[in-house]
Design a protein around this ligand. Structure first.
Ligand SMILES: [Zn+2]
Length: 301
């Protein structure tokens, strides 16, 4: 099996098809979950759909800009409708390269947020060199909660420590990957109700070495539509929004939050989980902090 995002569309030859269990009468209640899993495993990549969407935006006169570009000057593209692109790389960093190649073909720039487990040095550097913005997709609070075994209700007890960690993580990210202007909180489905974004609420982000925290900054700006993608198996977009309709109606500004791992085939995702390739997902969310950074975190709380 070739575990490569570029080779992923060759689904029919993959053995996962043969592992589909036969349906039994007594399995009726298990079917929806099984169907969902199978749907994701057998889902095809949607790169063509993504490219077509961007082409349509350009054809309809949209200025397609990166989130940071828009945050820096929301009026710069006031002469026409605006589509703002933000990418959260939650899994499978190689999928970012595939998506960035589509944007490069159309001369489009976007803003990319990487978790520590997806911040593959080659991928981050390739994205930056292609002219995109990069930043940290942080999860300092949820990661500390999971590590300490505390419940979501106990999250406030970790705020001081998690903020100190985030400050060090942002410095470490810049040191590894170059200057960073913004960050973006990651949501961890393992602890619902815990929002990493609270770490920078009421804080001066300049104290953290950045200019914007993505969600908070967007909340203060005049956004018309917030579009978030869904997985390849689910298809379409959250809240049943149809970007084609939005483009035809010239809605603006539209923020599209797009996860590249949601557009790869199910087989490619499974390969990444089972046997991550050269630019696959790492097995840890831990930031690469040195001893002095850890001492400062310990002193903070
Ligand atoms: Zn995320």
């Amino acid at each position: 099996m070739v575990c490569d995002v570029m080779a992923a569309p060759s689904l029919p030859s993959l053995p996962v098809h043969r592992s589909v269990p036969a349906r039994a009468a007594g399995e009726r209640e298990r079917r929806p979950r099984t169907r969902r899993r199978l749907g994701r495993t057998l889902s095809r990549a949607r790169w063509r759909e993504y490219g077509r969407l961007l082409e349509m935006a350009v054809e309809h006169g949209y200025h397609v800009v990166s989130l940071e570009t828009w945050l820096a000057d929301a009026d710069a593209s006031a002469s026409g409708p605006v589509l703002i692109l933000r990418h959260d790389v939650d899994q499978y960093p190689a999928s970012a390269l595939r998506m960035a190649a589509i944007e490069a073909r159309l001369g489009i720039r976007s803003t990319w947020y990487f978790r520590w487990r997806t911040a593959d040095p080659y991928v981050v550097s390739a994205i930056r060199e292609a002219g995109h913005d990069v930043g940290l997709h942080y999860e300092s609070l949820s990661r500390e909660l999971l590590r300490s075994g505390l419940t979501a209700a106990q999250a406030p007890t970790l705020l001081v420590r998690a903020r100190a960690l985030l400050r060090e993580e942002l410095a470490a990210f810049s040191e590894r990957h170059g200057p960073v202007r913004s960050s973006c909180p990651h949501g961890d489905t393992r602890i619902p109700g815990v929002h990493n974004g609270v770490l920078l609420q009421g804080e001066n982000v300049a104290d953290y070495g950045i200019e914007w925290d993505a969600n908070a900054a967007v909340g203060r700006a005049p956004l018309d539509v917030w579009l978030t993608d869904r997985s390849s198996a689910e298809g379409r977009w959250k809240e049943e929004l149809d970007p084609i309709d939005l483009l035809i109606d010239r809605r603006s500004p539209i923020l599209a939050v797009v996860h590249p791992n949601n557009w790869v085939s199910g087989a490619a995702l499974w390969c990444d989980r089972i046997a991550p390739g050269r630019h696959g997902t790492a097995d840890s969310d831990e930031p690469p902090l040195g001893r002095s950074a850890l001492r400062r975190v310990a002193a903070a709380g």
